[in-house]
Unconditional design. Structure first.
Length: 350
């Protein structure tokens, strides 16, 4: 498969990486499976386009990856970063090679759904990953099935890792006006343009788990309004004591007050991850302690966290970190969840 970066099977990246296969393409560039000819180690290399905006994002991602080196690579459920190099003025970022994305695992090998027993270790490991990120004050901002990798599709229970920190942010450096994440997995506070923090990752993880259960995205849509209307029809309006800024934006965006009850297939844990008010949304640490995981062996060789949580890195009720501008709102009819075609949603880059 040829690409606009002129990278094909047999191409040489840097001084020693031979391209074996193009694993994926995106607006940033390509990800290639490569063999290090010096030691025969196979890795995944993200080759970023030589464009100003893309290069800036690559530099930001490397800064995030450096922070992640503070974590225990054997227990954090986050892809291991091996470093970076420059090839023809392109920034190439090297990672451990993993098997396939959770999205592809579901729709190519499992018919799009997992059982509750199969979902339990996946949820535990991803909550562990978010707990680790919070311990170093990082917001991933794009948690979705294509950014969760299965380490080995033949292993049971599944071992998974979180990847792609291209739009992640260190909490202390977040700027006003950043647009991050993927629309169908965006938390209500992001859609409303009100300040938000790491709670958006928990919302996205809740949607991922719902998708594993029902076989398609819970809140599909091409616009902010589409997604928000889906949220209202399944969860209703915000509680009376929800902060005015949040509630007013909610009512302004969605005028239809009719809504459906909560989906019966959601367990209480998933509902708590999809709590509309971010200050009440369950935290990663609370998920790890939930009775859902009692007397279970959630994941192979995984622990809850390898760093103690800093004192200033509290639960989701802490002061918000960022504000997102509200995009144009198109009023359209809701696409029923049951009729949605499972496919990865597109991402929004700043």
């Amino acid at each position: 498969m040829a690409t606009n970066l002129e990278i094909t099977k047999g191409s040489l990246l840097g001084s020693c990486y031979m391209v074996e296969k193009i694993l994926g393409e995106g607006s940033f560039g390509v990800v290639a499976k490569c063999c290090n000819t010096d030691n025969n180690k196979t890795v995944a290399i993200k080759v970023n386009k030589n464009e100003e905006g893309v290069l800036e994002m690559a530099i930001d991602e490397i800064a995030i990856l450096k922070q992640l080196r503070r974590l225990d690579p054997d227990s954090c459920n986050i892809v291991q970063w091996d470093g970076f190099f420059i090839d023809k003025e392109r920034i190439c970022i090297t990672f451990e090679l993993l098997d396939l994305s959770l999205h592809h695992y579901l729709h190519e090998h499992r018919g799009g759904r997992l059982t509750v027993g199969e979902m339990r270790p996946v949820l535990y490991q991803m909550a562990s990953a978010l707990s680790h990120l919070q311990s170093v004050n990082i917001i991933h901002a794009d948690v979705k099935p294509v950014n969760i990798m299965v380490v080995n599709r033949h292993q049971s229970p599944l071992q998974v890792k979180l990847i792609d920190f291209g739009v992640a942010r260190i909490g202390s450096t977040v700027e006003q006006g950043d647009w991050m994440g993927t629309l169908s997995y965006s938390a209500p506070e992001m859609l409303l343009g009100v300040p938000y923090n790491e709670c958006v990752d928990m919302w996205a993880l809740g949607l991922v788990m719902a998708e594993l259960a029902v076989g398609c995205p819970l809140y599909p849509g091409d616009t902010d309004y589409d997604v928000f209307k889906s949220i209202v029809q399944t969860q209703g309006q915000p509680a009376d004591d929800t902060p005015d800024e949040y509630k007013q934006g909610f009512c302004h965006m969605v005028q239809d007050k009719e809504h459906q009850g909560d989906q019966k297939m959601f367990v209480s844990l998933i509902k708590s991850m999809l709590t509309l008010d971010p200050s009440r949304r369950i935290t990663a640490q609370e998920v790890l302690k939930h009775p859902f995981f009692n007397n279970q062996s959630p994941a192979p060789s995984q622990s809850a966290t390898s760093l103690q949580q800093p004192e200033d890195s509290g639960p989701c009720s802490k002061p918000p970190l960022q504000k997102q501008p509200l995009g144009a709102v198109a009023r359209r009819s809701l696409v029923p969840v049951a009729a949605a075609t499972p496919k990865p949603a597109g991402g929004h880059r700043r």
